[in-house]
Design a protein around this ligand. Structure first.
Ligand code: SAH
Length: 361
């Protein structure tokens, strides 16, 4: 137990149970005790490692992908290049370096906007990108209405951190799973006695059975639909990469807490472990279609990176630095192998209806 547990208990005692989404939002972003608000969680010595922290090749390939979709749409200028949840800023540094090599005109036309809620990570991003060849500004959240003109959006492991709600199937109804106090006064999961109104899981899902758990990420779906409608209207593209379900989601509890590269119980030390849930790519794709965009994928990360030329990039880097051959091939394996990130992680792209099919899909 810790300070955030005490706060959560106080909140529940004062105002009743919290939804899983409220719990997740506080555990991740509470300004005083939140996980992201206070620390740098990445890397071998942190709690988890992400694709851009594994290899520079990841961000480089995304940079080249962006330049290509931008050219496919007639190289519009000016443009806004947005990254959601940039972590340490590593991926954007790699994206900008690769783009600068092949398309200085892309960078000259770009206003880069980094959307980051954590002041600590924003500080790291500012350091990392201090000498980057681009105009960069930061926002704590994204107001899409503010963006005029085409927008090119990248999000790697951002949607998995957005708060989800969970519902349990009991009889003919879904009941929300909540965080409440046990008789001993500890934090525990419980189920709201009143059924949720009008909750309809995505069409195409299996009919639910007793005890099934349904997850929904309202913020992620709303954001995806907004991005899609802005892209459909103004041009641009969004590339969403994350771990999760492909076209059809299951009915399982996927909320997980990770600390020092190991799973820990979700309620054990809130605010001290990363909390994420499977991204439902089928639901994101449906939200994006509803917003008016053309949707490509989801496509497995391994196949996507392969199609973008990861192996060729790896071979080129190996020729330039033969001593690093072993390290580079290990990086490639971690990004692409089926038992690593290659299959569980997926890519989804949103484009305007008239734009050509993007590379990799
Ligand atoms: N994209 C990075 C970091 C992934 S971790 C990488 O691949 O390494 C999730 C990132 O999203 C962190 O930077 C975190 O602070 C940010 N984040 C999480 N929820 C957010 C929210 N609601 N608004 C803005 N940023 C958020």
């Amino acid at each position: 137990m810790n300070a955030l547990s005490d706060r959560l208990k106080g909140l529940i005692a004062a105002q009743g149970p919290l939804s899983v989404a409220q719990f997740m939002a506080l555990a991740l972003m509470d300004p005083e005790h939140g996980y992201y608000a206070r620390r740098d969680p990445f890397g071998e010595t942190g709690d988890f490692i992400t694709a851009p922290e594994i290899s520079q090749m990841f961000g480089e390939l995304l940079g080249l992908w962006l330049v290509q979709v931008w050219r496919d749409q007639g190289a519009p200028a000016p443009l806004t290049l947005i990254e959601l949840g940039p972590g340490r800023g590593t991926m954007m540094a790699d994206v900008l370096r690769a783009a600068a090599m092949v398309a200085p005109d892309f960078l000259a036309a770009a206003d880069v906007v980094l959307v980051e809620a954590s002041p600590t990570l924003r500080g790291l991003q500012q350091q990392r990108l201090a000498s980057a060849p681009a105009r960069i500004s930061w926002r704590p959240s994204l107001d899409i209405e503010e963006v005029s003109g085409p927008l090119f959006v990248l999000a790697n492991e951002f949607f998995d951190a957005l708060p989800i709600r969970q519902f349990l199937r009991l009889g003919e109804h879904w009941h929300e799973r909540v965080l409440a106090l046990t008789p001993e006064g500890e934090l525990g999961f419980a189920v709201a006695p009143m059924p949720a109104q009008a909750l309809v899981p995505m069409p195409g899902r299996m009919p639910p059975s007793e005890g099934d758990l349904f997850e929904i990420c309202p913020l992620g779906l709303a954001l995806c639909e907004h991005l899609a409608s802005a892209i459909a209207r103004q041009g641009g593209a969004a590339l969403i990469i994350d771990y999760g379900y492909g076209t059809t989601a299951g009915y399982a509890d996927t909320l997980q807490a990770l600390k020092a590269h190991a799973y820990v119980p979700v309620l054990e030390t809130p605010g001290e472990a990363d909390l994420t849930a499977h991204v439902d790519f089928g639901a994101l794709a449906a939200a994006a279609r509803h917003g008016g965009a053309a949707v490509y994928g989801p496509c497995a990360q391994g196949a996507f990176l392969d199609a973008l030329g990861l192996r060729q990039r790896c071979a080129a880097l190996t020729r330039a630095a033969p001593d690093a051959a072993h390290v580079l091939s290990r990086q490639l394996n971690r990004l692409c192998a089926e038992d690593q990130m290659g299959q569980l992680f997926k890519a989804l792209a949103l484009l305007p209806q008239h734009a050509p099919r993007p590379d990799g899909f």
